[in-house]
Design a protein around this ligand. Sequence first.
Ligand code: LLP
Length: 421
Amino acid sequence: MDHFLYRDGELYAEDVPVADIAAAVGTPFYLYSTATLTRHYQLFDEALNGMEHMVCYAMKAASNQAILKTLADLGAGMDVVSGGEYARAKAAGVPGDRIVFSGVGKTRPEIKAALEGGIRQFNVESEPELAVISEVAASLGKIAPITIRVNPDVDAKTHAKIATGKSENKFGIPISKARAVYAEAASLPGIDVIGIDVHIGSQLTELDPYELAYQKVAELTEQLRADGHNIRRLDLGGGLGIPYTRTNQAPPLPSDYGALIKRTVGHLGCEIEIEPGRLIAGNAGILVSRVIYVKQGEGRQFLILDGAMNDLIRPAMYDAHHDIVPILEPAPGVEHQPYDVVGPVCESGDTFAKNRMMPPLRAGDLVAFRSAGAYGAVMASEYNTRPLVPEVLAKGDQFAVIRARPDFDEIINRDTIPPWL
Ligand code: LLP
């Protein structure tokens, strides 16, 4: 469910007509709904009711500080994967003890900054990383709280580029080696072993892979406790999928997922952390774009938009489907036509959809890409020297630009010409 609905024949973001925002901000732009972000966070929070827990939003999905602050004010923690994300979370006012640091390649400076600024835990992905965290912590006279990310060798049944829980993936430590690595961790001076971490992939549309993975984590918890480790926190990752179309079967709900967590690991008495990104932000954001031209090709017509692959890379990168809807509600019964929906970037990969059935559209019309709130703006680039796409946040009848469109000078002046030229 989201808060982008037609009202009186036009699309609204909560109580604001999207066309009004387009007139004020220009296109293309990302538009988020506070009410949808809030609702999705609360669904997870409620799903874990009755267990000590923290929902650590995977801010890689959408990391604008206004989004982070909206969620942090509700009590969310953050899952970060770089020094930049850590600094951004802190800048948005998230306290260090609500920030979890994930990622396979944490550098010494990143580890140091997190230890100095405060950290809830590091999710450790390898033995060399464990040694470096211990060393950096000891040099600062600190003890780093850690979990070890185990790779349960489970098929997440999702797109190959976003599956992470099989042994062929670069993530985590094979679960078969876990006891040895925990023993090593316990012997290191700068390390406090507090729990186990697992994350098997993104856009999961079934619960079975979670069930398998969490059962393995439950078994491991008991083994590690028997080995003498004080396992008191389980970070169960993110990955719950969202509906990208209005017609397909909806993925499981956060409440089903919460029930599964209780069933598989609830008896262990551990504090539970989860790291959802997409389900919180995905359907809380749209990308608004304008039709520049309708071009008749041979046997097809191209809808050329002012938004492009640099603004929303998911279709080009993962063949991802995004519903594209006109801002003016189509009259009931209007005949749809096939369009190849493309952007102005100079490569054929700049195609959002082929043969997409849509109501008739003309130059100047506004359209919205739905489900674009997660992995949209954060993956945007300035390819073709197209300004980084702005972001807007709606709340009730208000809206605010939360990242402004840079002008050409700002972009161009970032380059420096060496003295010999
Ligand atoms: N935790 C870890 C350790 C992760 O690597 C990820 C996502 C998450 C949590 C959040 O997963 P989510 O709940 O958002 O599914 N760019 C791709 C998705 C990449 C996901 C990477 N890791 C896309 O556009 O589909």
